[in-house]
Write a protein that binds this ligand. Structure first.
Ligand code: MN
Length: 228
């Protein structure tokens, strides 16, 4: 195939204990999946069904990177999240069958231009400028699902410059991993490479240049991210 210019970069995630990488296809993000975070945003939890926004795979940033404070915002927030990586195709899967689609789990940061997201809310416009930020999908190494205990009691936490800002447990999620996969698969033919960021607990907040984020989830590879 003759291409007019170089194809876009293929981004891929490390997998714990393995040499081969996990290539990223799509990045889906769940909105408001922890009641305490919805409350801090002044919003009610929608318990009818989960809902989503997306980030471009080109927004990927590896763990450990130091990146510039992004343009177009004065209120750049961290959101610490459990990442679910799909490893088998699935369409219209039941909740009972959904866990079988999971390749593995990791830590992720849904970095957000909160001011641009608020513009979207105020003007009933999409959230793309708020959420699809270059270097704004920070994804850590994956651990295969077979090496991870049942999702629930694990602590999910984030600190900025050593101060704990986010601290919850995965069982606080309103929609379980299986419920999210099942619901999302009613709309998309999920395939290996599709990644789901499952929402953030309370404690989101602004970053400034020089800040260092360290975060983790019990049993998964921790993640760091630095703004310069
Ligand atoms: Mn989020």
């Amino acid at each position: 195939m003759d291409l007019l210019f170089d194809a876009p970069r293929l981004n891929a995630l490390p997998v714990v204990g393995e040499d081969a990488l996990y290539p990223i296809n799509r990045i889906f993000c769940v909105g408001r999946n922890y009641a305490a975070h919805a409350a801090e945003m002044g919003l009610e939890v929608d318990r009818e069904a989960p809902w989503y926004f997306t980030k471009s795979a080109q927004a990927y940033c590896p763990s450990g990177a130091t990146v510039p404070y992004p343009p177009g915002t004065a209120n750049y927030h961290h959101e610490m999240e459990l990442v679910v990586a799909i490893g088998a195709p699935g369409f219209e899967v039941s909740v009972a069958a959904a866990d079988a689609l999971v390749f593995g789990y990791g830590c992720g940061l849904d970095m957000t231009r909160r001011d641009r997201q608020q513009d979207g809310k105020d003007n009933r416009r999409p959230w793309s400028l708020g959420k699809d930020v270059e270097n704004g999908a920070v994804l850590g190494a994956l651990t295969r699902a077979g090496d991870v205990a049942a999702i629930g009691p694990q602590r999910i936490h984030l600190s900025v410059n050593g101060d704990v800002r986010q601290d919850a447990v995965l069982s606080d999620m309103i929609w379980s991993v299986a419920e999210v996969i099942s619901h999302l698969s009613q709309y998309y033919h999920l395939i290996p490479g599709d990644v789901i960021m499952t929402g953030t607990p309370a404690g989101v907040g602004p970053m400034v240049a020089g800040d260092v984020i360290a975060c983790g989830i019990d049993g998964l590879e921790p993640l760091t991210h630095t703004l310069r």
